[in-house]
Design a protein around this ligand. Structure first.
Ligand SMILES: Nc1ncnc2c1ncn2[C@@H]1O[C@H](COP(=O)(O)OP(=O)(O)O)[C@@H](O)[C@H]1O
Ligand SMILES: [Mg+2]
Length: 233
């Protein structure tokens, strides 16, 4: 049996937002195996969000990016996004429908599931995150933590092999952070978790990919480089 393709491969990837600007992501190379979790850590502006966006074809890049073996390009972007659950930094950026259940079920309806089945699965996904009771609620009545769980339910509903999470613990209180780490830790998907919350990253991942100025400064389980950087401020 052949082993599955890595969930995510970056090979010499560079992203520039402006032609003459210095790169936001500079010659980045790493690979995430199927089911593997890694935290993408770094200070503000180090390139974490840009890496996640590049992985789903939302910013142009030089180099090679593959999701589950498929090269990411404008042509393959739709196919790639079908394999990825993406959690934006701010849930309001990805919640589109007035009611919770509509939002969570959307990924399944888009794939041709009938409404009854899609809603049934959406309630199960919400239940698994402890927010099944919110299914009929209007989104604007939810707290930030509740919105984030709803957004995560929507990202997970199609069972994607890769989750890209942008600062998932930001704006959560400590119990909320612990609960989210527990939920994510039980999923089988590969995950790249962009965070400047080192405790949260460590709770879920042994592997830490440290970015400094768009470059990978360290990749592994060793914390010392990161701690030096964190203490520099
Ligand atoms: N839309 C944009 N246009 C121009 N520059 C951007 C844009 N988004 C991010 N940048 C720049 O790219 C660099 C990396 O940003 P980002 O990926 O958001 O970092 P992080 O998520 O680690 O805070 C920063 O210098 C930031 O100012
Ligand atoms: Mg960011």
């Amino acid at each position: 049996m052949t082993s599955p393709a890595p969930a995510l491969v970056f090979d010499g990837v560079t992203v520039r937002y402006e032609v003459d600007a210095s790169p936001a992501v500079d010659n980045v190379t790493f690979s995430l195996a199927a089911g593997e979790r890694a935290a993408l850590v770094g200070l503000n502006g180090s390139g974490k969000t840009t890496i996640l966006l590049a992985a789903v074809g939302l910013v142009p890049y030089e180099g090679d990016i593959r999701v589950c073996g498929t090269p990411v390009s404008r042509r393959t972007a739709a196919e790639v996004r079908d394999r990825v659950g993406f959690l934006f930094n701010l849930p309001d950026d990805q919640l589109l429908f007035p009611k919770v259940i509509e939002d969570v079920a959307f990924g399944l309806l888009r794939r041709g599931f009938d409404r009854t089945e899609a809603y049934r699965k959406a309630v199960l996904a919400l239940d698994s995150l402890g927010v099944g009771a919110l299914a009929e609620w209007p989104l604007q009545h939810l707290s930030h933590g509740q919105k984030q769980r709803v957004a995560l339910a929507g990202a997970m509903i199609t069972d994607p092999p890769l989750l890209l999470l942008d600062e998932p613990s930001a704006s959560l209180d400590p119990p909320g952070r612990r609960a989210l780490a527990g939920i994510l830790g039980r999923l089988d998907a590969a995950m790249l978790i962009a965070t400047h919350d080192l405790d949260f990253g460590r709770r879920l991942c042994r592997r830490l990919i440290l970015l400094e100025g768009g470059k990978v400064a360290n990749d592994g389980e060793d914390l010392s480089t990161i701690q030096r950087l964190w203490e520099m401020e």
